[in-house]
Design a protein around this ligand. Structure first.
Ligand SMILES: [Zn+2]
Ligand SMILES: [Zn+2]
Length: 470
């Protein structure tokens, strides 16, 4: 932090604004940058059309934010002064200690619970591929070493290989994998680098099924592209190069490692070759520094025909975010899913998601057609001392949606806005918490804030009463 303050050209007020959200991000010349789109005219817009009912499907398991706490101690103090509890101490009489299978308070996932969830998925779910969007280590952010982070990454890779030996995992890096967490120096920073982490990520991700040819790209910046199969390209982004809590960006945030330039080049390649693209990443673009978010939004606008899905994590909640036409601001051009976390931190049930997408055939849209969220009921699991899972909801049925294209999500949000205090919006909030809470816990202002977050994928448009992103 001292090096950031000494090297950055920003004033102390600007640093405070960007690093700690002291106020809305103002116009800061040094932080504003603008990428030029490839000099190829945007093709006519062709919104995705519903496939024939019997067309092939692609089923995707999405897991995010596992945050396994290897030091979790049942019965220990669950209310503690540190950012992560359930590791030490004895609760005062009358206070309940950490639950055996996990705890809703500031606690991460015990290793044995993570194993039970993976075992359950392996035994009950059928899926083709896995999206795995980062945040493997626990939240003891004040005392983590590089060795601790590598232990978490290696151990979780071994678990995934054990339970899913024949599946290909498409991974993305979270903010908690570095040590200290959040800090991802760019190559401009000479005093620190991430060779130790990116070498390990390349090894682990290739062990989990990525082709060897992705190694050099992962080693360089923990982002890569590969074909899932002919016609569907996967692009995994390292969103730490956009995040305001990566303080190294306060020295220079201009498209670190040319990642967005690289993204544009690949999207143009995909357009030229009639490929559709799924983008995965950890932080949603709504939590990026303003310029990154603005450029990303512009890229999504340009390549709306090519981008067929976006999948993120990081907030731990079940959310969506919308992208609109930059000119006709009410026309949706894309949307992204924020898949809920495996960790219950904080005040959530552990969960995962299965997406059913349009599958492999000529002219497939590759858009998500339906999804189902499964949660582990932590209260019941601790009460009956066995893991209890339930299908929380299937989205088309729960929300009475015909399809899940951007226009359908926009119509859904408009339905919610028209009856913001109604039961359907209450249900959206319940699922936002993975059924820890119900709709009565979210008042009118809370509901407005939630919907505003859903409608704004661009960070400078963030809502005044938006939710904190953790
Ligand atoms: Zn997380
Ligand atoms: Zn995160």
């Amino acid at each position: 932090m001292i090096e950031v303050i000494a090297t950055s050209k920003l004033t102390s007020k600007q640093l405070c604004t960007l690093a700690f959200s002291c106020e809305k991000q103002p116009y800061i010349p040094g932080m504003n940058w603008n990428l030029t789109l490839p000099n190829v005219p945007k093709p006519p817009v062709s919104p995705p059309q519903p496939p024939a009912p019997d067309s092939p499907k692609l089923t995707i398991l999405h897991i995010s934010d596992i945050h396994i706490d290897f030091a979790y101690k049942p019965g220990s103090l669950a209310d503690c002064p540190e950012p992560l509890c359930c590791r030490y101490g004895t609760p005062d009489s009358g206070h309940i200690g950490a639950g055996f299978w996990g705890d809703y308070r500031n606690c991460d996932l015990p290793l044995w619970t993570a194993e039970k969830i993976l075992e359950y998925i392996a035994e009950t779910e059928e899926f083709d591929i896995v999206y795995h969007t980062g945040d493997l280590p626990p939240h003891n952010v004040w005392n983590q070493s590089r060795a601790d982070q590598l232990y978490a990454i290696d151990t979780i890779t071994s678990l995934l290989k054990k339970y899913f030996p024949n599946k290909i995992f498409y991974s993305a890096v979270g903010n908690h994998e570095s040590a200290p967490c959040n800090l991802y120096p760019t190559p401009l920073i000479k005093s620190d680098n991430l060779t130790w982490l990116y070498t390990s990520l390349a090894d682990n991700w290739i062990q989990l099924g990525l082709p060897e040819e992705t190694r050099s790209s992962i080693f360089r910046g923990a982002f890569y592209t590969t074909l899932v199969h002919p016609g569907l390209r996967l692009i995994s982004l390292n969103m730490n190069y956009c995040a305001s809590d990566n303080y190294w960006l306060l020295i220079n945030s201009t498209d670190p490692l040319d990642q967005l330039q690289w993204l544009m080049n690949w999207l143009q390649y995909a357009e030229d070759n009639n490929e559709k693209v799924h983008i995965i990443g950890h932080h949603p673009p709504s939590s990026c520094l303003e310029s990154f978010s603005w450029n990303f939004y512009k890229i999504v606008n340009r390549y709306e025909n090519t981008i067929a899905g976006q999948f993120y994590g990081h907030t731990h909640n079940d959310e969506i975010i919308m992208f609109y036409d930059e000119i006709n601001k009410t026309r949706p051009v894309s949307m992204a899913y924020l898949t809920p976390s495996l960790t219950p931190q904080s005040f959530l049930n552990p969960g995962y998601r299965i997406y059913t997408a349009d599958g492999e055939y000529n002219s497939s849209t590759y858009w998500v057609l339906d999804h189902r969220t499964v949660i582990m009921n932590l209260t019941a699991s601790n009460l009956f001392n066995k893991t209890i899972f339930l299908d929380e909801y299937s989205v088309k049925n729960a929300y009475k949606m015909d399809y899940l294209f951007p226009n359908d999500w926009n119509n859904f949000i408009n339905r919610l806005l028209a009856d913001i205090d109604g039961d359907l919006m209450g249900l959206v909030y319940q699922y936002y918490t993975k059924s820890f809470a119900n709709g009565t816990a979210c008042d009118h202002n809370c509901r407005q804030g939630l919907l505003c977050n859903f409608k704004t994928a661009r960070s400078e448009m963030l809502c005044s009463n938006s939710f904190m992103i953790s």
